[in-house]
Design a protein around this ligand. Sequence first.
Ligand SMILES: [Zn+2]
Ligand SMILES: [Zn+2]
Ligand SMILES: [Zn+2]
Length: 400
Amino acid sequence: MYTDGGPDHRSTFWSVQLACILIFISLDLDMLVTARTAPMASYANPAERIMSLLNLALQNVALERPDMIEDYERKMKRNGSMTKVRNIGEKEPDFKTALLQSTKHVISKLDDRFSRLKWKDRNVNMHESANIDDIEDIGHLLSILDHLDEGLSIEKLKTKKDIEKFKCLKNFIDLHTRERQYTYQIKKCGNCAYCTINPPRLSQELFDNLHWLPDPVPVQKDSDEYKSFDDVYGEETDDSGRPSLVSKNVPTSADLGHKGGFVAARARSFIICRECGKRRVVYSGKRLTIDQMRLIERVQEEFIFTCGAPLFPDGVMKETVYVREGQSCNSEMETTYYSDVSGLNTPVCFFCGDTEVITNQEIQNLKQEYGIVRPICDTCFQGGKRPAVRNALKTNKKKR
Ligand SMILES: [Zn+2]
Ligand SMILES: [Zn+2]
Ligand SMILES: [Zn+2]
């Protein structure tokens, strides 16, 4: 399964992984490989080529839905993002029904237009989206894994941390899945309880030669040439060679255009990278207007932003509201995040952006010695990193 990087199929999301596990079980697959294209690289995904055809059907068509009652339309206007609209629907079932009714017309219009297209001599088919009943049915399949009677159910698996509560699921995931930045794979192991009840459907010989999809492995360290698939298939690999991890922080021409623009006084807000989850500072010469903040919120909601990309690739705000583009997901936090003129920024780990920062005796001691001690999370601290520091207090005193 090869998708672009949109949030509904972003394979690092727990909801997407859980859906993949359920597909794996419901279809009794031997192996499921999901991969997504790197940001801004959807054009390399063959499935996306259908877009040029679909665009033909969207020529000269007005996709306007009929109005709902005034109160509902006002709510739609006030809540610009999909999540907010969904939340209203949760609270007010009548609103949800009205909105579904109102969009029905648009959907059937699209169905009609698309189904008149042909792709390589075959008709284009628009499938109905899964309804609540379908989703619940497939969710019940999880109970297959619950051989320890732990009460495993989809409602109890809101976040990835919830896996820890269910040994049966944890065990299944450890034995059968492999997670990377751009791939998520599930494969029968061939010798656990699940695989005994659902043995591989491939012949033993084929199954024995079925390996994980390997990660890209550079020919040499720091080289941008990669080993061929055949050379690495069946080898143990990791994704440490992926370009977004090794790219350097070089200012782009846009960065150079914002000369003097990346200072604390201009740090107005932040946006979270959809890849690494780090908060990247949004700069502007003037304080942000409500409309500007709404637009940033929208970019955030739609998961468009990644480190290294412009905040607004075009439009009126391109020059006035911006982020530093010469950085990658591997770059540390910007120090301007911590200056925080707006007073809104919670402390996050300087290295990874995690919001759960720690303090301990060693960090306390550093605070005695330095004017600035950047926050750090437990994982980075345990991994051997030490807080970034500035302005040594003792040496300053000595100089005086
Ligand atoms: Zn197994
Ligand atoms: Zn990032
Ligand atoms: Zn960290």
